[in-house]
Ligand binder design. Structure first.
Ligand SMILES: [Fe+2]
Length: 399
């Protein structure tokens, strides 16, 4: 209880700080103090109010007005993010410039620090703030349009290294990976309908969900939205592993929910498939968030040991986070499929994930094993995908 209270206090203080920062910056954008105050009030109504009301269940994403208001609230978050980041860059730039100028000015007479200089600085501040607000608005609106489009299909062609010398025998099998959809507050029926239609057109042999598929509890509305995935036919099976967000919203309930939608739970499990006369191993591991919810996570080596001694032509490892690749390659896996990073979604977070993760987005090779990190089929938080498109990943493996 105390921890929850602490969270809300810190969150509120942080919000007040952010709004104060926004107000100070807006003073250079608008002519009067009054106009800045009106701007903050409107921003509060479109950003913080809907998200708070949604969090406490007062408005629902089911209702069209509720959905619009919540969507607007999340969209404004990317606008806010751009304002803060651009302002910090701008302030750092002007601070450095002022130090440089001050050193030069000290060599001149004090009388030269006149009113004209003050006016010029005020003018530059206004131009700077207006440019930041304009760019942030453009970035937020363009990114929102990109995020709400049906994810394009990214095609990845791989080969099994074990049978590369037997090319005449090789046949293709195909599978689709979707990850980090985060269906819930803003990703609703229409996106799921279009997404399912796109996947159906690909006719994959297998379908994989690699976690963070939701951001809500598995109620009837969510089951209706995700029911679209049930309509996808994958003859060799449909599988899922948990992401951290499944734990935030009840991993066990979501495991049961996905099973009713026709997906097999691969958390800490192996599954052996026969494809074109070849033996394929699928191994999944639950997300490490499990540890924070009182569950001990199985080790990959421990799960893999259950099938030790068996021969496989292709081994696939599913892990929500792009981690454990060292161990997976040592255990002879051919492909690791992950997500979690979202590729950062938009600037500057797309740069930040490149610093945090060794494999932030796309296809890599790690000691003979392919690692594929899906940048997210949906988005989390702000509906913004500027420069980092979401995707449906379609794999074709010669096996
Ligand atoms: Fe995610």
């Amino acid at each position: 209880m105390l921890r929850v209270l602490m969270f809300y206090v810190i969150f509120t203080l942080l919000n007040v700080g952010v709004y104060y920062f926004l107000y100070k910056k807006s003073r250079y954008v608008f002519q009067t103090k009054k106009m800045s105050q009106v701007f903050i009030l409107i921003f509060l109504l479109v950003q913080s109010v809907p998200l708070t009301l949604y969090r406490f269940g007062i408005i629902q994403a089911e209702k069209s007005f509720g959905h619009f208001w919540i969507f607007l609230g999340y969209s404004c978050m990317s606008f806010l993010s751009y304002i803060i980041v651009f302002s910090l860059f701008y302030d750092l730039g002007t601070f450095s410039w002022n130090i440089f100028k001050r050193n030069k000015r000290n060599e001149k007479k004090d009388s030269e620090k006149d009113d004209a200089g003050m006016e010029r600085r005020e003018f530059i501040k206004k131009i700077g703030a207006r440019s930041i607000f304009g760019t942030a608005l453009l970035g937020a609106s363009t990114g929102t349009v990109k995020a709400t489009q049906v994810p394009p299909v990214k095609r990845v062609i791989l080969k099994s290294k074990k049978i590369d010398n037997e090319k005449k025998e090789a046949k293709d099998f195909t599978f689709v990976q979707i990850s980090d959809l985060h269906a819930g507050p803003t990703i609703r029926d229409s996106m799921l309908e279009k997404l399912s239609d796109e996947i159906k057109k690909l006719k994959p042999d297998l379908l994989f969900l690699t976690g963070d598929m939701i951001d809500a509890i598995p109620d009837t509305n969510m089951m209706r939205i995700l029911g679209n995935l049930k309509k996808i036919d994958a003859p060799l099976g449909k599988f899922f592993v948990s992401g951290n967000h499944e734990y935030y919203w009840g991993a066990e309930r979501w495991s049961r929910a996905f099973q009713t939608l026709g997906f097999e739970d691969l958390d800490n499990k192996n599954k052996v498939l026969e494809v074109n006369g070849k033996r394929i191993l699928l191994t999944g591991i639950q997300d490490r968030a499990a540890r924070h919810f009182g569950r001990s996570r199985s080790e990959l080596a421990q799960i893999s040991s259950r099938v030790s001694g068996e021969q496989f032509d292709y081994k696939i490892f599913l892990n929500h986070r792009p981690e454990l690749y060292e161990e997976a390659s040592r255990l002879g896996y051919d492909l690791q499929m992950s997500g979690h990073t979202h590729g950062g979604q938009f600037f500057p977070w797309n740069i930040v994930v490149n610093i945090i993760y060794r494999y932030p987005k796309g296809l890599y090779e790690h000691k003979g094993m392919n690692v594929y990190v899906n940048p997210g089929t949906g988005y989390w938080g702000p509906p913004n995908r500027l420069g980092v498109p979401n995707e449906i990943t379609f794999f074709k493996v010669s096996c």
